[in-house]
Ligand binder design. Structure first.
Ligand code: OFO
Length: 170
């Protein structure tokens, strides 16, 4: 059975994952209407779906452990961006925020001796390492490319290929 504190904290994480899904959907939609950014758009559409899955996993876990997974209210995320660089900076800072929140949750689970929740959260810990690493790499690439059009063309192509690869791996 979940304690009230853990339940509330997990539901906050539900809201954060849902907000991530919305934020990435907005990035996808923005990229979708820019010329030549189809790869970026597809990347964020899939990213948004993944965040929804992260949210669902949490809701189901809370319910399984005798709590109530709460579907959150959502505000509108940032929907337009001044540049592609801005999109990816936003992506990285969002992922850092999520990692911090997961770390706080892990800490709380240990303090409360809730080892089942602690164990459940390990999946999120690994996931955040991956996502942060990916977001950092993409930011570094964009930094190198600067305003170079052919570089941006390759970036868009590569990010699409990356997505297809990771989908195959499951
Ligand atoms: Fe939910 O993994 Fe990123 O935010």
């Amino acid at each position: 059975m979940l304690s009230k504190t853990i339940q509330e904290a997990l539901n906050k994480q539900v809201a954060l994952e849902a907000a991530s899904s919305q934020a990435y959907l907005a990035m996808a939609s923005w990229a979708d209407i820019q010329p030549g950014l189809q790869g970026v758009a597809d990347f964020f559409y899939v990213q948004s779906d993944e965040e929804r899955v992260h949210m669902l996993k949490l809701i189901k876990f809370v319910n399984e452990r005798g709590g109530f997974g709460i579907v959150p209210h959502l505000g509108q995320p940032i929907i337009t961006f001044v540049s592609l660089k801005r999109v990816f900076e936003e992506f990285l800072s969002h992922e850092i925020k999520v990692s911090e929140s997961i770390n706080d949750l892990v800490h709380m689970a240990l303090q409360e001796k809730d080892y089942a929740t602690h164990n459940f959260l390990q999946w999120y810990v690994s996931e955040q390492i991956e996502e942060e690493r990916l977001a950092r790499t993409l930011n570094e690439k964009l930094e190198l490319i600067g305003e170079d059009k052919s570089g941006l063309y390759l970036f868009d192509r590569d990010i699409q290929a990356y997505r297809l690869q990771s989908e195959k791996k499951g």
